[in-house]
Design a protein around this ligand. Structure first.
Ligand SMILES: [Zn+2]
Length: 334
């Protein structure tokens, strides 16, 4: 087996110039400019931040330096252009952006963002939902209750198959006072998606764009032909729009084996990708045969100390599993 090198991966989603809290920023998914600058500066002092393509290329040539780290921004939020991009340029850091191509250049929104906005702006004091198990009433009188509702409603719909999801999601919006998803106000410009001009401008400074499927689809539960189409279409679009090869793939939701698994990894490889990224808190053992990658999720609710602890946890994993042939990610990518 070729020599494997330890590489950490860090994952962000959106970023914003205005400090957003509550329903504007559930799970702290839009990191504020100040925190992002602080975290990136901290990481840049300790690691060699490189794009995934650079890391894999170095690994193939046997020139991968110690302490390599990649940073991935998921979802293609416009705040990544408005807030993160200037900071990345200022720090001279090149990162990977993973975009769902059906959203790029449109005002299309992710269902979780529509849900959070629907809860933020609703005038209803409660939401009553019926199912086979009976009637549930969710109280919405204050911000804390609405935040709890955001979580409950995510759990209620996220695993539903497509048609059942559409029906239930519409029912929820109706219960909150909106006939259609389009009627729900936006959470702000930073929470909309990038357009292709912004993507091209970022590409020209060395930022790398990979696929996050076409329609932000959870791949593993899909029929193979549908997952393949999502992977191939997004790859072709990114290549056509940027003029650069799109070599890396990132699973929406990012969990194993719910979002991606051995079968979807094989599919991504067959479509022409060089790697598939999961959102899991584990270090990467990079060698010339590596396909599966992991990135640890960070957000606006991650403090600098937590980031430091998170990195030492990755180091702990590394020491613990070093040389262990049954290490999950290593075994599966050989
Ligand atoms: Zn995503």
């Amino acid at each position: 087996m070729a020599k494997a090198s330890l590489v950490f991966g860090v994952t962000y989603h959106g970023s914003t110039d205005i400090a957003a809290t509550g329903l504007d920023n559930v799970y702290g998914k839009h990191i504020s400019a100040g925190k992002l600058r602080e975290q990136l500066t901290w990481l840049a002092r300790r690691f060699r931040i490189m794009t995934i393509n650079q890391i894999l290329e170095h690994s193939r040539k046997g020139t991968l330096p110690a302490k390599a780290l990649f940073i991935a921004f998921h979802d293609g939020y416009r705040g990544n252009y408005q807030t993160a991009f200037p900071i990345l340029k200022e720090l001279g850091v090149q990162v990977d952006f993973f975009i769902p191509t059906a959203f790029i250049g449109t005002e299309r929104r992710f269902w979780v963002d529509i849900l959070d906005a629907a809860l933020k702006y609703t005038s209803r004091p409660s939401l009553t939902l019926t199912s086979e198990d009976g009637e549930t009433t969710i109280a919405l009188q204050n911000e804390t209750l609405r935040m709890q509702a955001a979580q409950k409603l995510r759990n209620r719909v996220k695993a539903l198959p497509e048609i059942a999801f559409e029906v239930e999601f519409k029912r929820i919006l109706k219960g909150l006072g909106w006939e259609n998803p389009q009627d729900v106000p936006s959470l702000g410009d930073h929470a909309a998606c990038l357009d292709w001009d912004q993507v091209r401008e970022m590409t020209q400074t060395g930022m790398s764009f990979g696929s996050h499927t076409h329609s932000h689809m959870i791949c593993a539960p899909q029929k193979e032909a549908i997952a393949r189409e999502e992977m191939a279409k997004s790859k072709a679009l990114i290549e056509q729009e940027t003029g650069q090869p799109c070599l890396n793939f990132c699973y929406p939701n990012g969990s194993f084996p719910y979002s991606g698994n051995e079968a979807t990894d094989r599919l991504a490889k067959a479509v022409g990708y060089h790697s598939a990224l999961y959102m899991i808190h584990a270090p990467n053992l990079i060698h010339p045969g590596t396909f599966r990658l992991t990135g640890a999720a960070m957000g606006d609710d991650t403090s600098r100390d937590q980031l430091a602890r998170s990195v030492s946890r990755l180091r702990y994993f590394w020491r613990r599993f070093r040389g262990n042939k049954i290490w999950l990610w290593e075994k599966d990518s050989l």
